[in-house]
Design a protein around this ligand. Structure first.
Ligand code: FAD
Length: 460
């Protein structure tokens, strides 16, 4: 934006061009709503070496946005998941992941996060609406609109501001500050008990495309997914043994990465592969704190938050990005035609405020459950007690059918973007979920005579 540009008014301003921000931008563009997006980084697809696992709930929405073929060109679907103890002994193995593609239309998959962002950004038809290297510095809401001050000294006004600006969201902070009846700050509801080293390694003999591993042991442990041609996306989780507020989360150096990875290099993943082999073959490794928490308040009359800004979870359920996509879809659904039926004028303030309230009401419950579930899985891997110990204990008894039933239950409530066509695979997803519930309820009525696997017509 050059200094001579006069401040503009937009129906919608998106703060943040991550997975949530780009989902919103792509959908608004397809829905014909004028928007502007501000991303503080110089690129919409920065290379931070991270990977991302996409699940059927997120993939169905990305399919609506026209991205599925491009995404699948860069991935293989996950097939087998081996759960191991600290000595490398098998606790349990499931092939449930391998059934998703045929049962629900989309198989869970992993790819480089940069590649996903690149595919999303490329799909934007009007590249000028997404403005990089521009940080939103502050947001000031009045009854007439929200004024966003930008890092280049300019400001814009928007009828609606969507904070898709991640765990350190400035829009969430503005929402918190606007509360007169009570005041909260992120330190009170977002904290860090774990750190994670994430990395990418080239394929190694003994681990094949489709393999996943979870190791269960205290203090530090490993989670591994594979992508196309056996590329290994790996995570080391460290129990920090204490809790930090958002403003005091630790920062890490390369020496910290080496020290932790060396300390678990001996962990056995297969008869021939140890974690040290994976680490030794890395192309990238980064260490980050893992924040967790649910924002207590997601909106004002004209500002709203989505994705990590609203619901920050640890990565163990591979759901943070998928939930960011879901939240974006639900927000758009609740906004309905507020912006599309307008002929350039501003939407009625009460219609807008009610839509934001409905969005928070709908999404908060599901998001908080998933934040909790991801946290429990992380704690199970790190041998915590309580509900986490129960997760670890039931592993040996879980069948592929049990995993599938849980998976289908979790996917049942996932939204689509109402205003966009649902592609054939997305329709198949909807029919599969309907069929599942019909059979599940019929079985309940008949006194549980069939196994969970038979519910999906899979032979044991
Ligand atoms: C190690 C790790 C592994 C993960 N693995 C998975 C996985 O397998 N599957 C999964 O579903 N999820 C995973 N997640 C979670 C997932 O990455 C996040 O949930 C997801 O990226 C959130 O997207 P977002 O758009 O809400 O936020 P972000 O990705 O944080 O994007 C926010 C964007 O806003 C920009 N921004 C911030 N402030 C401003 C400002 N003031 N002005 C302008 N721009 C701003 C930032 O630069 C950034 O680009 C993982 C997370 C971690 C840490």
């Amino acid at each position: 934006m050059s200094p001579s540009v006069t401040p503009e008014r937009y129906p919608v301003a998106i703060v943040g061009g991550g997975i949530a921000g780009l989902t919103l931008a792509l959908a608004l563009e397809k829905l014909g709503v004028r928007y502007v997006l501000f991303e503080s980084q110089s690129s919409l697809a920065p290379d931070r070496g991270a990977s991302v696992g996409l699940q059927p709930n997120g993939l169905r929405i990305l399919d609506q946005l026209g991205l599925i073929d491009k995404i699948e060109q860069h991935t293989g679907t996950l097939q087998r998941w081996r759960h191991l103890d600290g000595q490398g002994e098998l606790i349990s193995e499931t092939k449930a992941l391998g059934y998703y593609q045929s049962l629900i239309g989309y198989g869970p998959l992993f790819l480089e996060r940069r590649k996903l962002l690149e595919i999303m950004a490329d799909e934007l038809q009007d590249k000028t609406a997404a403005k990089t290297s521009l940080r939103v510095v502050s947001a000031n809401e009045s009854s007439d609109g929200v004024e966003l001050a930008l890092s280049d000294g300019h400001s814009i006004t928007a009828d609606l501001v969507i904070g898709a600006d991640g765990v350190r969201s400035c829009i969430r902070e503005a929402i918190d500050m606007s509360r007169t009846e009570w005041h909260s700050e992120a330190n009170e509801y977002i904290n860090t008990q774990f750190a994670c080293i994430y990395g990418i390694s080239g394929a190694i003999q003994g681990i094949v495309e489709g393999d996943c591993f979870s190791v269960y042991r205290p203090e530090a442990t490993v989670l591994i997914f594979t992508g196309r041609n056996g590329t290994i996306f790996w995570f080391v989780f460290e129990d920090l043994g204490q809790t930090y507020g958002l403003s005091t989360t630790p920062r890490y150096t390369n020496d910290d990465i080496d020290a932790l990875c060396d300390s678990i290099a001996h962990l056995r993943l297969t008869a021939s592969v140890r974690f040290g082999d994976v680490y030794g073959n890395r192309s990238v490794a980064m260490k980050v704190p893992l924040e967790e928490g649910l924002a207590p308040s997601w909106h004002t009359d004209r500002m709203v938050i989505v994705g990590d800004a609203a619901h920050k979870m640890v990565p163990n359920a591979a759901m943070g990005a998928n939930q960011a996509i879901e939240s974006s879809a639900t927000l758009l659904n609740e906004l309905g035609n507020i912006f599309t039926t307008k002929d350039g004028g501003s939407p009625q303030p009460e219609l807008l405020a009610n839509a934001l309230k409905r969005y928070e009401d709908i999404r908060k419950f599901r998001a908080s459950e998933i934040v909790q579930r991801a946290g429990t899985i992380c704690r199970a891997q790190l041998s915590h007690s309580g509900p986490a110990a129960a997760v670890r204990q039931e592993l040996p008894s879980l069948t592929d059918g049990d995993w599938l039933v849980r998976g289908f239950m979790g996917l049942s409530e996932s939204p689509v973007i109402d205003g966009l066509p649902v592609p054939p695979r997305g329709k198949f997803f909807g029919q599969a979920v309907e069929k599942f519930w019909k059979r599940f309820r019929a079985r309940q009525a008949s006194g549980f005579k069939t196994s969970n696997l038979e519910l999906f017509e899979i032979e044991a």
